[in-house]
Design a protein. Structure first.
Length: 406
């Protein structure tokens, strides 16, 4: 791995920049890095360094501050740290470990089954650049009597200390597209938290079939909603540039390895969340296009494929044959269940036998038509993802209240 010979310089004086460099073991930015004039102003902004110093001290002080709820949460925390260490060692960039703060909130089902978790972290540059990125990964999975809840998402916030609003020019554009005061389905920006969505996935709630909620729930089928609209090469470059000052800095760290580190910092090592799953997986050994399956991985998650796609690291003979999630097929399974349910009830004469037979040819249309009849976005049924994690926070708040009572 090629590296610049960066020297740790002992600084003199009491400026906050000097104090940050010494306290946080920061490297001076090499003179040959082609940084923007705006960033050069930030690097020499004493007020920015003072805010950085206060912010980072506070985050490090509270890292792991909360007592684990039980041994399961402690084990999960230890596993998170171990996997991050392994990832940093694998990509040969141990410097990352000295500039990340981790925080975990979790909720558990009976025994040792994880129901919900919020993995939060802050990452800072190893160099004397007064910026940070707040990362957050949320996981939720819970079985119900006739259905299941599931959701995962990864969000980030570009934090600055120069007195301007957090984020960059893309963030400013997103603020105009998704302003506060409303809820937007599949929005890429959350005005209340200031976070951008990197990517996510969740189970969609089935629409009511002819306003019959019971039929919809009795016929429940897992239908995933994968959102990678903001998981682009540009987003990866923006995150990398925020930490290193430029999108192509000679740190020896590729975009793909940068992503691996960022995801592992959010408890998603090897592109799968700890103690859970991310949804759709593809088994390349089942592909009809691959003749030689020896040595292929047993599964490729949609998260890994997207990470490789945006960093141009698709593996020949494997990822190029990736099969994306078949959302229409899943909706079609629900539609077939609806038709079977109607025939069993034998009390619905609104469709003739011929009409139902036509529906079976494209059963996913039953889902689509049901959504159109209700109207999209539906106030009551298009809040699945938001409600999913609101429930998780309520569970955690209840847990803390009970702990105080006890």
């Amino acid at each position: 791995m090629q590296e610049h010979q960066h020297k740790k310089v002992k600084t003199e004086g009491t400026s906050f920049r000097s104090r940050c460099i010494e306290k946080f073991d920061l490297l001076l930015v090499p003179d040959d890095w082609n940084l923007s004039e705006k960033l050069l102003v930030e690097i020499n902004d004493e007020q920015a360094w003072e805010k950085y110093f206060t912010y980072r001290n506070e985050k490090q002080k509270h890292e792991g501050d909360e007592e684990p709820w039980d041994s399961w949460e402690q084990d999960l925390t230890n596993d998170w740290i171990d996997k991050l260490n392994e990832t940093a060692k694998d990509v040969k960039y141990d410097a990352w470990l000295n500039h990340v703060c981790l925080h975990l909130n979790s909720n558990w089902e009976d025994e040792d089954t994880l129901r919900s978790a919020e993995y939060q972290c802050e990452i800072f540059s190893p160099y004397a650049i007064p910026r940070a990125i707040e990362l957050e990964h949320q996981f939720h999975e819970r079985g119900r009597m006739y259905s299941a809840e599931f959701g995962v998402k990864w969000e980030f916030k570009l934090v600055r200390f120069d007195g301007e609003d957090n984020g960059d020019y893309v963030t400013e554009m997103y603020k105009d597209l998704w302003p506060s005061g409303r809820y937007f389905v599949d929005a890429l920006y959350n005005a209340s938290s200031g976070q951008e969505l990197l990517c996510g996935n969740y189970y969609k709630h089935p629409p009511p079939y002819k306003d019959n909620e019971d039929v919809s729930l009795n016929c429940w089928t897992a239908v995933e909603r994968i959102n990678v609209k903001n998981f682009t090469p540009l987003t990866v470059k923006r995150m990398r540039r925020w930490i290193f000052g430029a999108s192509l800095t000679p740190t020896g760290l590729s975009d793909f390895d940068f992503l691996r580190l960022a995801l592992a910092s959010m408890a998603t090592p090897n592109f799968s969340t700890l103690n859970g799953h991310v949804g759709h997986e593809w088994d390349p050994r089942d592909s009809g296009f691959i003749d030689q399956t020896r040595g292929l991985p047993s599964s490729v998650t949609w998260l890994e494929y997207q990470s490789r796609l945006v960093t141009q690291t698709l593996r020949p003979g494997c990822d190029e044959y990736y099969e994306p999630y078949n959302e229409l097929g899943a909706k079609g399974n629900w539609g077939m269940n609806v038709l079977d349910n109607i025939e069993e009830e034998e009390n619905d004469d609104s469709e003739t036998e011929d009409e139902r037979e036509n529906m079976r040819k494209a059963p996913w249309l039953i889902w689509e038509e049901a959504e159109k009849r209700r109207g999209i976005p539906s106030i009551t049924k298009c809040l699945e993802f938001m409600q999913l994690f609101a429930n998780m926070r309520e569970d955690r708040a209840t847990r803390r209240v009970m702990n105080v009572i006890e």
